[in-house]
Design a protein around this ligand. Structure first.
Ligand SMILES: [Zn+2]
Length: 481
């Protein structure tokens, strides 16, 4: 696999550095306040958001961009090909593929495997519809034991590759559930069934496109809920063996870690493919939130998680992106990319390089003070999270995937990230003080960088976030002024 990027890599660089969209409008720089998730459109604002992301990730040394929602979200038509005939969409997507190529970034083919994409097909062709745990027709999944289900999947793969030269394929078989009939999970168990689906799909793709990187994202192969030790149980026994067998067919087992990972670190060396994560912590940016209504930087955590995962044998990362107009998103993505290229790097040095690149500060002192603002807000927010709060209130590990609003909905979401289990009353007061200190510092830095308006956007995002925070505090009867 070629990894020629604009950024030099150390010899222990992550082998696979993949930016994850994750849905195409999550990278959009203007909000869609009433849009149900996932947003299906591909308009000029979608294109602008992806282009901006491509700029950031190519500079930061990523190799791939993986984004769902290129041609459809939940509903490919039974003939598959008519999803590819929208002229405006095709024009916009062709622009994106060309822009990616110009920047040395390969696009990854997003493939829901038996789920995500087949709702219309199972409605119009019930012979391929799977069943749920009660034996009722499944809401989203095809039955993997039916050869006709595979004909839809293979036609989708072939149609995608006929249109574009994808560099990778993202396989995801269980996010919306899976067929639980006696021939599917009834015969092989949840992990065994999903592993078999992924191995077969990977074999099909590799038989036609041997150089394409194929990776499996095992979301929902096991519940996220924690055991008595407050941890998501790791796979063992037959389930672990199914993963090891799957690793002979794919290039990366992408154990993202939404709320804990599936494999124990000590089992990683048994894999015959690369092991990947999503870098330990990420904000999931739905498309309804105003892009400058929050400022949640985590460059230090990004760097330290990637170092830790690398030390445990992780060699691939599927790193979540977001609306790059938000200055925290941009820095999170840039620093993560730098660290993947050189995991031995000092995190602070990587952060200052990202600030140098994107802010062009007038002096080293300005660069250092801007870095301090990022780190101080990171600490004032994420530094106050407590594992026990997530264990007790959600029966989950600390995120992993930090969904700062809601996934589903048709209105701008509440600022849930300022309430429990993320922050409680004492932490809200500390966060308020941290935001105000950052705002005061930014006021003195204005005009001291060729920053393309970033300091102004940071200021707005911090100020709006403080409005939301004090509104939560006021409503809870906490001292807020
Ligand atoms: Zn089935």
């Amino acid at each position: 696999m070629t990894s020629e990027t604009r950024r030099a890599q150390s010899q222990d660089a992550f082998q696979y550095r993949i930016a994850f969209g994750c849905w195409i409008n999550d990278m959009r720089n203007s909000a869609l306040p009433l849009q149900q998730w996932p947003a299906p459109q591909c308009d000029e604002h979608t294109v602008e958001g992806v282009l901006r992301t491509l700029d950031v990730i190519s500079e930061a040394g990523y190799q791939f961009l993986d984004t769902f929602g290129l041609y459809a979200t939940g509903e490919y038509p039974p003939d598959i090909v008519s999803a590819f005939q929208d002229e405006e969409r095709n024009r916009n997507l062709d622009t994106l593929f060309r822009a990616a190529e110009d920047r040395g970034i390969r696009i990854s083919l997003p493939l829901g495997l038996m789920t995500w994409g087949y709702d219309r097909i199972i409605a119009e062709d019930p012979t391929v519809r799977g069943v749920d745990g009660e034996g009722n027709p499944h809401a989203h999944a095809m039955c993997g034991a039916k050869e006709k289900s595979w004909s839809y999947v293979e036609k989708l793969i072939d149609t995608m590759f006929a249109r574009h030269s994808f560099g990778a394929v993202h396989l995801e078989s269980a996010d919306l559930g899976y067929c639980m009939c006696p021939e599917c999970t009834g015969q092989y168990g949840v992990v065994g069934y999903n592993a078999r689906l992924n191995a077969r799909a990977a074999d099909y793709i590799k038989s036609k496109h041997p150089d394409v990187v194929v990776y499996t994202c095992p979301i929902s192969w096991a519940p996220f809920t924690v055991d008595e030790n407050g941890r998501q149980p790791k796979l063992s026994g037959d389930d672990r063996d199914h993963i090891i067998e799957l690793s002979r067919h794919i290039d990366i087992f992408m154990d993202q870690g939404h709320r804990g990972r599936l494999l124990a670190w000590e089992d990683v060396p048994q894999l015959e493919c690369a092991y990947g994560t999503s870098g330990g912590l990420w904000v999931y940016h739905g498309s309804r939130q105003d892009r400058l209504s929050y400022f949640l930087p985590y460059p230090l955590r990004a760097a330290n998680h990637l170092k830790d995962h690398h030390a445990h044998g992780t060699r691939a990362c599927l790193y979540y992106q977001g609306p790059m107009v938000n200055p925290a998103v941009e820095i999170n993505s840039a620093v993560a990319g730098y660290m993947m290229c050189d995991p031995g790097r000092d995190p602070r040095e990587a952060l200052e390089e990202a600030i140098e690149v994107h802010y062009r500060p007038h002096s080293a002192e300005v660069r250092q003070r801007l870095a301090d603002v990022f780190l101080s807000v990171e600490e004032a927010y994420f530094g106050q999270w407590r594992e026990e709060s997530f264990n007790e209130q959600q029966n989950l590990e600390m995120p992993g995937e930090f969904i700062m609003g809601n996934l589903f909905g048709t209105q701008p979401d509440a600022a849930t990230f300022l309430a429990e289990p993320y922050l409680e009353a004492p932490e809200r007061a500390v966060f308020s003080a941290g935001i105000k200190a950052a705002l005061a510092e930014l006021a003195t830095l204005s005009g001291q960088a060729e920053d393309g308006g970033r300091i102004e956007r940071m200021t707005r995002a911090l100020a709006v976030m403080h409005h939301l925070l004090t509104t939560v505090m006021m409503a809870r009867g906490e001292a807020w002024c």
